[in-house]
Design a binder for this molecule. Structure first.
Ligand SMILES: Nc1nc2c(ncn2[C@@H]2O[C@H](COP(=O)(O)OP(=O)(O)O)[C@@H](O)[C@H]2O)c(=O)[nH]1
Ligand SMILES: [Mg+2]
Length: 198
């Protein structure tokens, strides 16, 4: 059995807990509790340590999904959770005041992990705020010299989150895509360009 570990991160309210619950094939583990700090006014519950779920892929592949806490004071948890991960999914929500600043903040926070592994970005809350557009997100990534696929997702919808996970996996290992043509004698590129999914 092959096991992969993926990290979900992003600001409070972006949909990390919801996304992991939506896509997990096991009852998700969450440590959501009543917030006592500044997030109290934002949500009824918030993640203090982490979320965990497992996605079963075809064959015997298992993707272990870990959600990081959003608040700054738990930032020390991020490298701990990222240990051994093959990639990061950043969820950014258009319902917060400065979503592109949020994206930059999390690109910074996961700089090393993103450099060493792979990234996919999911934008939630676009049903509420269309702005910034996906193009704005792509420009921001370009500016930060980061290559990553960007999708509009609703964290409550399993197919949306499954797509995001698949995009991340394809970005890491082109061989995981069964629909691609048979391999040629050319060695595959170290990284497929994420633009393929844009
Ligand atoms: N309208 C809307 N609500 C969403 C979307 N994605 C997630 N939510 C909601 O946003 C809220 C915050 O999600 P949560 O998973 O707790 O965020 P977390 O802090 O990142 O774990 C929940 O009530 C979700 O149902 C979306 O695309 N549109
Ligand atoms: Mg949460």
């Amino acid at each position: 059995m092959t096991h992969f570990k993926i990290i979900f991160s992003g600001p409070v309210g972006a949909g990390k807990t919801t996304a992991i619950a939506a896509v997990s094939d096991i009852p998700p583990v969450t440590t959501d509790t009543e917030p006592t700090d500044e997030t109290r006014n934002l949500k009824a519950t918030t993640t203090i340590a982490m979320d965990y779920g497992v996605l079963h892929l075809d064959g015997d592949e298992r993707v272990h999904l870990y959600g990081t806490p959003g608040q700054d004071r738990f930032s020390f948890m991020r490298p701990i959770l990222a240990e051994g991960a093959i990639g990061v999914i950043l969820l950014i929500t258009n319902t917060r005041p400065a979503p592109l600043a949020d994206l930059n903040e999390f690109l910074d926070a996961f700089h090393t992990v993103i450099q060493d592994t792979s990234l996919a970005v999911g934008v939630t809350g676009m049903d509420i705020h269309r702005h910034p557009s996906l193009d704005h997100y792509r420009q921001t990534l370009l500016h930060a010299h980061v290559t990553a696929p960007v999708f509009e997702v609703d964290a409550r919808r399993r197919p949306d989150i499954a797509l995001l996970v698949q995009a991340l996996l394809l970005n890491i290992d082109p061989g995981l895509d069964d629909t691609r043509p048979p391999p040629t004698t050319e060695p595959p590129p170290a990284h497929t360009t994420a633009r393929d999914y844009w």
